[in-house]
Design a protein around this ligand. Sequence first.
Ligand SMILES: Cc1cc2nc3c(=O)[nH]c(=O)nc-3n(C[C@H](O)[C@H](O)[C@H](O)COP(=O)(O)OP(=O)(O)OC[C@H]3O[C@@H](n4cnc5c(N)ncnc54)[C@H](O)[C@@H]3O)c2cc1C
Length: 398
Amino acid sequence: MKLPTKTFDVVIIGGGAAGLMCAAVAGKRGRSVVLLEHAEKLGKKILISGGGRCNFTNINTSPANYLSENPHFCKSALSRYTAQDFIALVEKHGIGYHEKTLGQLFCDDSSRQIVKMLESECQSAGAELRVQTSVEEVQRTAHDTFFIETSEGSLEAASLVIATGGLSIPKMGATDFGHRIAQQFGLRLTPMKPALVPITMTESAQQGFGDISGVSLDAVAECAGAAFREHILFTHRGLSGPAILQASSYLSAQGTITLNTAPTLDFTSLWQTQRSSKTTLKNVLAQHLPKRFVETFCTVYAADIADTPFSNLPLKSYTALTERLQAWEITPNGTEGYAKAEVTVGGVDTNELSSKTMESKKVRGLYFIGEVADVTGWLGGYNFQWAWASGVAAGQAV
Ligand SMILES: Cc1cc2nc3c(=O)[nH]c(=O)nc-3n(C[C@H](O)[C@H](O)[C@H](O)COP(=O)(O)OP(=O)(O)OC[C@H]3O[C@@H](n4cnc5c(N)ncnc54)[C@H](O)[C@@H]3O)c2cc1C
């Protein structure tokens, strides 16, 4: 083993949301901190998040908004660093923000402000931030510290924080480094899959709906007991849109998604009010739902009655069609994968970690924070809130 070139209290690997937050908090406590990021700049996912405006938290954050093999794990960190705490930090830096929908807070201007804020917090805390630095090897020393061989020399630290994120968007720098470190030290991983991701369907399962790519509508998407009311979007290969992305996190290999494509439409009163109408079924439905969707839906499921004047419609056929509109079962054959996923479900088994500090129960001084751990938030600012909260939890402990 080579002699260490520099010793720190804390080495953090990964300069994203969780790593930067952890570095700032640990630095403020007077710990000597270095953060290593292999990409050319920090916080790349923050920069692209929320369409460039970073949905940095959600004011309704609660443990119920997270998936994990152990749903209780996230409670402690989330209760000790809340959305209000992060909002206070944003306000301290004079960053304007607004609530878009469902408690989701976005920057008025740009995600860049969040990265700048975190960098400035790290700077004032004296934490050293190194970009374009890759880690070649991590070893445990005889005196229970960590020896870290990097492209820019070797380091030694009593605490090593892994903040390398999930597997989504590899072209932006995502790696399985954190998972490999966990395995190297004997920590279990839970099964992983892309989540908050568009779903794909075979051409035959699509039944022509690929042709209405770009059409979106308000719907409820239900999967494995979880239901989300937001927009769905037809794509060439399947379905996307916030409600589908949310449902995708709950989707298993052979699973299905049930869509209510008309959640606010009262089909019983529609039947009564249109009873003597000469307008065709298709045109009546198109007064309430997107026309191209209605046309395709009727072609696939109700070709025999689509052009029938409403007054001549058999109730049985009408009921069958409307029931399907409100409980339409979709069978995906997969997802668009990590290339398009916002997050990874699964990761370092939280049973291996302290929920108070994020420290490994097996290996003293080794911490896992943010998305690398098996805690996955819903769409809507919850993933960043987990990154901040777990980063603070470790930052206060290292
Ligand atoms: C397109 C997109 C939009 C999103 N929008 C939102 C949103 O608006 N709101 C929200 O809450 N969540 C959003 N998310 C999810 C959110 O970005 C992540 O959950 C969050 O960034 C996780 O924080 P993290 O610090 O754990 O990981 P990351 O932010 O991914 O940071 C990990 C860092 O580690 C670095 N790294 C990886 N391997 C190594 C290595 N071997 N050596 C050194 N460095 C390494 C990476 O380059 C990266 O900088 C979005 C995700 C995507 C992909």
